[in-house]
Design a binder for this molecule. Structure first.
Ligand SMILES: [Fe+2]
Length: 185
């Protein structure tokens, strides 16, 4: 397998499953992924974090618990599933912000009251099954975890990628940048 094959396999997964709705929101999984990656690009972050942002919810595409899982009180742990799958090919600069993007939400809810107030309804619902805002002890532990700052940045891109009908780039436009991040094949 070459880095190009890895990129193609990931893009094929989006083509197959990316039209599913993004849990409780008005956009598809692919629209959400690309909108978030576009926000990351606008912020000028390194390509590793743009690719992590694009792929942060790939775990949702790999599982089939249904897009209303959170409403049914199920925590599908998509961040773990996605990070573990991507570990086959990518380094921690891609996988760890993905693994940590749900803890990052719980962290931001604890440190920024405005952040909690600004969450979408679906995101508030999933927060409940994800454990709610972090305690002081959990916050301190999170701040010591490698790539926690990148995870917090990813989280903010995640929150803006929910705009219905926004013109977006094609997922295939990211092929070369996904391939360039591959560390093992
Ligand atoms: Fe997301």
């Amino acid at each position: 397998m070459t880095p190009d094959d890895v990129a193609e396999q990931i893009i094929a997964l989006f083509r197959r499953r990316g039209d599913d709705l993004y849990g409780g929101e008005q956009v598809s999984q692919t629209e959400h992924a690309v909108q978030c990656a576009m926000a990351a690009d606008q912020a000028g972050v390194p390509d590793s974090l743009v690719v992590a942002t694009l792929l942060h919810d790939v775990g949702h595409l790999l599982q089939s618990v249904g897009e209303d899982a959170a409403e049914r009180g199920i925590d599908a742990v998509h961040e773990q599933l996605g990070a573990e799958w991507l570990e086959m090919w990518f380094g921690p600069e891609v996988t760890e912000p993905i693994r940590l993007h749900v803890p990052a939400k719980r962290y931001l809810c604890a440190v920024e009251p405005d952040y909690l107030a600004g969450l979408s309804r679906a995101s508030l619902t999933s927060l409940r099954v994800q454990g709610g805002p972090m305690s002081a002890k959990e916050r301190a532990a999170f701040e010591d975890v490698p790539f926690c700052a990148e995870a917090v940045m990813l989280r903010r891109f995640d929150d803006v990628g929910k705009v219905k009908g926004m013109p977006i780039r094609s997922i295939a436009d990211y092929h070369d940048r996904i391939a360039a991040q591959v560390r093992r094949v």
